[in-house]
Design a protein around this ligand. Structure first.
Ligand code: 16G
Length: 244
């Protein structure tokens, strides 16, 4: 029984122990996406802890994006984001399409000289000027990804003109990417990244690299992103090759 697993003599605060229990219940599938959590009062009496403890635990998990609170309805297990892999859309478009509010926290917005990796990815000579946009991408205030976009300075002379959406700025100059190559791999969050996303160090992340091209095939963007592994599902539709 759950009760025996909250331990007042344990140096870990009770609300943290409760958070661990709820996380485990979600991970094990005992609580599923969109399931309602029992009421604060029921959890408190079931586990013999104060309602203050329950509230504190729940509030922390809401901040982490694991639970959502709906006024008058209660607390629910948050659904994960589903992101199609085959559409060349921008973060701003993806989030807006879900009825959420995108926002940006800037880490850095500056020009510099292309690193060997960037030069290779963008097919530039090493040392050519680039604009870099390093930012945290959020939806309804929750940090979902860290993104470092590198664009040849030729196409984006002043990175400060990008206030929220890179693609809308490029679009206005007739530079909307038409095609992209994307690579995904699993990584563990490093301390700085975990800090920026506000999640525990060593948590899962999907590292995504996107190279985008203009209609004339010139590379326009090399973007390295870390998406929260606990919040994102990337989905794709597959077809059998036609064999005629
Ligand atoms: C997405 C793209 C990123 C692009 C950004 C533009 C992935 C993995 N990455 O985050 O390459 O730079 O959208 O979004 O999908 P924005 O127009 O909102 O700045």
């Amino acid at each position: 029984k759950v009760k025996s697993r909250l331990d007042g003599s344990n140096p870990t605060p009770l609300y943290k122990q409760l958070q661990t229990l709820i996380r485990q219940a979600i991970e094990s599938g005992a609580f599923k996406v969109e399931d309602a959590l029992p009421s604060e009062r029921d959890i408190a009496s079931e586990l013999e802890v104060s309602r203050v403890t329950v509230r504190k635990a729940v509030q922390g998990l809401v901040r982490d994006g694991l639970l959502v609170q709906r006024h008058g309805a209660g607390t629910f297990v948050a659904s994960r984001m589903e992101q199609p892999l085959s559409k060349l859309t921008s973060f701003t478009e993806d989030i807006t399409a879900r009825g959420m509010q995108p926002s940006v926290v800037w880490v850095e917005r500056a020009t510099g000289l292309a690193t060997p990796e960037e030069a290779m990815a963008l097919n530039l000579s090493p040392g050519v000027g680039v604009s870099r946009l390093h930012r945290i991408r959020c939806a309804d205030g929750k940090a979902l990804a860290i993104e470092l976009a590198t664009v040849p300075q030729e196409f984006l002379p002043d990175p400060l003109v990008v206030e929220d959406s890179l693609y809308s700025v490029l679009d206005k100059s007739g530079l909307r990417p038409l095609r992209a190559l994307q690579r995904l791999r699993a990584e563990l969050l490093q301390p700085t990244q975990a800090d920026l996303l506000g999640v525990p160090v060593g948590g899962p992340t999907l590292y995504i690299e996107r190279r985008s091209f203009l209609p004339d095939m010139r590379p326009i963007e090399f973007t390295r992103s870390h998406y929260r592994g606990d919040s994102y599902d990337f989905i794709a539709e597959l077809y059998l090759d036609s064999r005629d």
